[in-house]
Design a protein. Structure first.
Length: 198
């Protein structure tokens, strides 16, 4: 049984969505986290080494960080085909774009949010203005990151783009707007949002 360590309106929310898409049996363990304003506290029940979310436990096997959790869950629950398995076509692209999410895109957004120039040549990431054209080029043929196949990539990217819809962090793009709408119109997303609200 999967346990999702969860705090509402954080990166762990998208794993409600992924678990619903996977039709996996899971429980939610609410945890407290530290906030930007200094409030909150690390929850001793949370197995993440820094008290952040998301983290999961699969009968004692702990996995943390969004791309790792996405990969673990799609390998663990292959029935609904939300990620190519080892040896299948598309596996390389799947792994690359999972790593790109946390290694390039999130640091790009944080750099822009913090108004910090990306250290060209030494950073492993690039500015948002350079990252987003690569993402848009990948999504332009549509409808999803892996073409016609919805995957855990779309859970990560689509929910992020939906969250930043009105933010100056995200350059305006019809491709991205349409994509985020496609992702968040899925029935599993509605079920996840209902669980989040509860």
């Amino acid at each position: 049984m999967i346990t999702l360590y969860h705090h509402p309106k954080t990166r762990s929310t998208r794993f409600l969505f992924l678990l619903e898409e996977l039709e996996a049996a899971y429980t939610v363990q609410p945890v407290t986290t530290r906030k930007r304003d200094g409030s909150g506290a690390i929850d001793p029940a949370n197995p993440h080494p820094h008290g952040k979310v998301p983290a999961i436990s699969d009968d004692g096997v702990v996995v943390f960080e969004s791309p790792a959790i996405a990969l673990y869950l799609t390998d663990r629950f292959p029935k609904n085909r939300l990620g190519p398995l080892v040896g299948e076509a598309g596996r390389g692209a799947y792994l690359s774009w999972l790593a790109y999410y946390s290694g390039v895109l999130e640091p790009a957004f944080v750099s822009k949010f913090m108004n910090v120039e990306v250290p060209r040549g030494t950073a492993g990431w690039v500015a948002v203005e350079e990252a987003m054209p690569a993402v848009i080029a990948r999504l332009s043929p549509g409808p999803y990151f892996l073409g016609g196949q919805f995957s855990a990539l779309d859970v990560l990217y689509g929910t992020t783009f939906a969250m930043f819809d009105q933010s100056p962090l995200l350059p305006k793009s019809k491709v991205i707007e349409d994509y985020a709408r496609r992702v968040t119109s899925r029935p599993a997303f509605a079920r996840a949002m209902a669980k989040e609200a509860a």
